[in-house]
Design a protein. Structure first.
Length: 269
């Protein structure tokens, strides 16, 4: 049975993707902070005759990302699909390691998790990273700002930067590791809890989590995509991201800084 690890599988797009991946005969590893919350989707999968388990993971902690990946690697299994879905939006704060919360969770946490899982990947492993059309609001990345501990923030701008980083990460990962298949996905404006309730009136005509998960699952399973990597997708087709998201120099700079900030050994490519 193929194995799929999904971050943020307890609710929203992650939950919908977990259920659908299980229906497509994947063993689902529901990664998240709360076993109590994740157990609901694990139990639902099992009730449908599927296979699932919980993996403790806090993306706002680089040590937790390392420990979660190490725990999976110790099982001796290989990973067929990694869906980097979890994220935060419209919140103020810093991660355990001192980074702006959106950037530290949405990008650095997933960067670290992916890096520490690399020994469990094989040729053809798919890495799907949930980004957003919000990335188009980010003209670039202010390296000082993503580390700054200030309360004077534009929270939607910080979120946009983290989503830009998601696409740049996928592009650089595809270049560095061509044996794997990496995809960045815009799931659509979806009715989830990523943003506080007060912000929800700003997002109209929201899709259901199941609709939001559709392209995520498609990138994780569609046979015709096996030769594609490093692209950005929406509504089950590739599309051009913003100009900054196509900046190879920025992607390389982000990668190198992320390696240093996450304390991982540099990869060359």
């Amino acid at each position: 049975m193929k194995v799929a690890l999904i971050t943020g599988a307890s609710s929203g797009i992650g939950r919908a993707a977990a259920l659908e991946m299980a229906r497509r005969k994947h063993h689902v590893i529901a990664a998240g902070r709360s076993e109590t919350r994740a157990s609901a989707v694990v139990n639902e999968i099992q009730a449908e005759g599927g296979s699932a388990e919980f993996l403790r993971l806090d993306l706002a902690s680089l040590s937790s990302c390392r420990e979660a990946a190490g725990g999976f690697e110790a099982s001796g299994r290989t990973l067929d699909v990694l869906i980097n879905n979890a994220g935060v939006g419209g919140v103020r704060g810093v991660t355990e390691d001192g980074f702006e919360l959106h950037f530290g969770t949405n990008h650095l946490g997933h960067f670290a998790l992916t890096h520490h899982l690399r020994r469990t990947f094989q040729a053809g492993t798919r890495i799907v990273v949930v980004s957003s059309e919000a990335h188009r609001r980010a003209p670039g990345i202010d390296w000082g700002r993503v580390q700054a501990k200030t309360r004077l923030r534009n929270l939607f701008a910080d979120y946009a930067v983290s989503k830009l980083a998601n696409i740049l990460f996928v592009r650089r990962l595809a270049e560095m590791q061509p044996d794997w298949n990496a995809y960045a996905v815009h799931p659509g404006v979806t009715n989830t809890n990523i943003f506080p309730a007060i912000a929800k009136p700003l997002f109209r005509n929201r899709a259901t989590p199941e609709e939001g998960a559709q392209t995520v699952v498609w990138c994780a399973t569609e046979p015709t995509l096996s030769g594609e990597t490093g692209l950005y997708y929406s509504r089950e087709s590739s599309r051009d991201p913003s100009e900054p998201a196509l900046d190879d120099a920025l992607a390389k700079d982000l990668w190198n800084r992320s390696e240093r900030w996450c304390g991982v050994a540099p990869q060359h490519g």
